[in-house]
Design a protein around this ligand. Structure first.
Ligand code: GDP
Length: 436
């Protein structure tokens, strides 16, 4: 991947510079939705190159005594993840001791480093930027820029992209599951995220979506990459209670639309209620992968049969959607909370997996032969072959002589056989008939 890291002491203008670089890519500014949030990661483009930008600024707390540790943390992160390091300094302040400390740490890196002399707003300041050559870093190139106006950034980026032989990808998040955590109030959604991700929240990226209001935060935990989508940061001033409910429903809808897999959180002490079923229905309608997380399991009095019994009851309520997996968790005791994420990632993988046509026919044709579609008005329906269509969500086309004569119960039979032979746990699948 093409990754640029922005490092430097506080107040040199790292965030402004970051915003300048990712500017064109973030169509919707955060202030449109009233969201204020630290952004650590964004996508940028220059010439014919796509690259990601890490703003390490968010890692600095500003307190002097933790500064040494913070520098190391920032730089370590930058060295590990980035291909090119941009070390931002301030022309107004000139060279400071902290800059020197920073440079000292950076020297251990083998990655290309450019010195970005920010706030070079006037010709004099551009000239002053020369003093930073003293830092003697990397190829020792100093680029005077003004992050506010963008002047000077072009020359710098021309140099930077020389380190990217690969054009890069327009959307580095492609192929990473977007997970939404939904459910009624107080079921434990926020506690779940906090327990899972800890205080530090192993954030890899944190950015506003470009087409919607949902916020995508990318995480990596125990080797799994995933994105949590949520719109919780979007707060509208609601005057009356109906408004609050209206906006919270709208938020869930947006979050749902903008994700691949839903974790629908249910309170174990209250069971599966009609609103939960509404979410399931909505998820299926929108072709989302779904898992149900029965939380607060620690509060349930139980013996070794309780889980199976509750599971059975819930599956009954799910009716024909019994393919939705159910996981029992306690955010309080951290029981199975990472498994819930693992399950969601697995659902995403099944959802995006394409079954080879040969496998499909090999497994399903014998099942169809065993139990063919019932004849209709004396006409025999013959299914000849099956293929999975190249669609985003799983759709299976059954080619046959008389598609119009196949009825709902038989479709259900085929769906069940598909699910038995291939792993589509948590994934809505569609069946269509084509004339052959
Ligand atoms: P949200 O509205 O869905 O985000 O719910 P919260 O995360 O705010 O949780 C609501 C309440 O339930 C809080 O008091 C949590 O401490 C509590 N809670 C969440 N998960 C559990 C759990 O697994 N067990 C127990 N005993 N309490 C929980």
């Amino acid at each position: 991947a093409n990754i640029v890291a922005i490092v430097g002491r506080p107040n040199v203008g790292k965030s402004t510079f970051f915003n300048r670089l990712v500017e064109e890519r973030k169509a919707i500014e955060d202030n449109v939705s009233g969201v204020t949030r630290d952004r650590h990661y964004g996508h940028a483009t220059w010439g014919d190159r796509f690259f990601s930008v890490i703003d390490t600024g968010g890692y600095v707390t500003g307190s002097e005594d933790v500064f040494e540790a913070e520098i190391r943390k920032q730089v370590k992160l930058a060295i590990e993840e980035a291909n090119v390091i941009l070390f931002v300094v301030d022309c107004h302040d000139g060279l400071t001791d902290l800059d020197r400390e920073f440079a000292q740490v950076l020297r251990s890196s083998k990655k290309p480093i450019y010195i970005v002399a920010n706030k070079a707003d006037t010709a004099t300041q551009v000239l002053n930027a020369a003093e930073f050559y003293e830092l003697g870093l990397g190829d020792n190139q100093v680029f005077p820029i003004a992050a506010i106006s963008g002047s000077g950034t072009g020359d710098l980026l021309d140099e930077v992209i020389k380190h990217f032989p690969d054009p890069g990808v327009e959307d580095p998040d492609e192929g990473i599951p977007k997970i939404a955590i939904l459910g009624r109030p107080n079921v434990g959604k926020s506690s779940f995220l906090n327990a899972l991700l800890g205080k530090e929240r192993a954030i890899v990226t944190d950015e506003a979506g470009t087409t919607r209001d949902a916020i995508h935060t990318r995480y990596k935990l125990y080797g799994k990459d995933f994105i949590i989508t949520d719109t919780a940061g979007i707060r509208k001033k609601a005057k009356v209670k109906e408004d609050i409910e209206f906006y919270s429903v709208m938020r869930s809808l947006r979050t749902l639309e903008d994700s691949d897999v839903l974790i629908i959180v249910v309170d174990a002490t209250r069971g599966f209620e009609s609103q939960d079923m509404n979410l399931v229905t909505l998820g299926i309608k929108n072709n989302k992968g779904i898992i149900i997380m029965v939380n607060k399991w620690d509060l349930v009095e139980k013996d070794h049969k309780t889980m199976d019994r509750i599971k059975k009851e819930m599956i009954e309520k799910l009716g024909e959607n019994k393919w939705i997996p159910i996981i029992f968790t306690s955010v309080e005791t951290k029981q199975r909370i990472f498994q819930a994420i693992e399950l969601a990632v697995k659902v995403f993988e099944s959802k995006t997996h394409k079954v080879p046509t040969s496998k499909l026919n090999e497994k399903l044709l014998p099942e169809i032969e065993k139990y063919p579609p019932p004849a209709w008005k004396g006409k025999y329906v013959k299914i000849k072959y099956i293929t999975q269509l190249p669609t985003k969500n799983p759709v299976f086309a059954f080619f046959c002589n008389l598609p119009q004569y196949i009825k709902e119960p038989y479709t259900r039979y085929l769906e069940n056989r598909l699910r038995e032979n291939f792993d589509f746990e948590g994934v809505p699948i569609k069946i269509t008939y084509k004339k052959k």
